[in-house]
Design a protein around this ligand. Structure first.
Ligand SMILES: [Zn+2]
Length: 225
């Protein structure tokens, strides 16, 4: 078990993946660093998923930088030990396959959303995605963090925050804590959030208690795999 500290970097783009993390709480964003210094987030990961899972495909550098955007805890295993378990266990191979499918959906929907939908709707979507993973209406996010997630300037984020406050979707924004009104934020977001949430929920039963989630996968906590 390890702590996922706010703003911690779990893996860095271009560097070998050392560990696979299975979050028990908190939210992690997978960030792409462009050559010109800009960044944009491509996916959110929480207790429904894992960071570094694609290391099972073989030793290759991480494609994205994984940044903790809401602190929590995680189980951690070295990529080499996880790879050995992946080879031995049909259950683990099955789960990696399912997760990879869910991530591909998130990447594809995210690419379409980034190209087609207004940045205000995209910001509302990201806030909802992070809220889904921490189960709390107060999100530990700064405007700087949001500008890096969305790939827009800080001044754009300030403008968008003002708009969302006027709509009642954001209640307050102080000292890196953004308090949201979930239903009003959902009204401001594009439908991509619902589509992504449904995909993840169907595959992983994200809202089920831990034991029930393990049962869905056919594994009980403590089982030898
Ligand atoms: Zn969208």
């Amino acid at each position: 078990m390890v702590a996922l500290d706010q703003d911690a970097v779990l893996s860095r783009a271009g560097e070998p993946i050392e560990y696979v993390f299975f979050p028990h709480g908190g939210a992690i964003s997978l960030m792409i660093d462009m050559a010109d210094g800009q960044t944009v987030a491509t996916a959110a990961v929480g207790r429904e998923g894992a960071v570094g899972l694609l290391s099972v495909l073989g030793p290759s550098p991480s494609a994205a930088t994984a940044v903790v955007h809401a602190a929590g805890t995680a189980a951690r295993i070295s990529a080499s030990r996880f790879h050995a378990a992946f080879i031995c266990s049909p259950t683990i191979r099955h789960m990696v396959q399912k997760y990879t499918g869910a991530m591909l959906v998130q990447f594809q929907l995210g690419a379409a959303c980034n190209a087609l939908h207004p940045v205000e709707a995209r910001m509302a979507r990201w806030l909802l995605q992070l809220r889904d993973r921490i189960d709390h209406d107060v999100l530990p996010l700064t405007q700087q963090g949001l500008s890096e997630i969305l790939g827009v300037r800080r001044t754009t984020v300030t403008h968008l925050m003002r708009n969302l406050r006027a709509r009642g979707a954001i209640r307050s924004d102080q000292r890196g804590r953004i308090e949201i009104d979930r239903s009003r934020l959902a009204a401001a977001a594009c439908k991509c959030h619902d589509a992504m949430h449904l995909e993840v929920e169907e595959i992983f039963s994200i809202n089920m208690p831990d034991r029930a989630r393990w049962r869905v996968s056919g594994v009980e906590p403590g089982d030898a795999i």
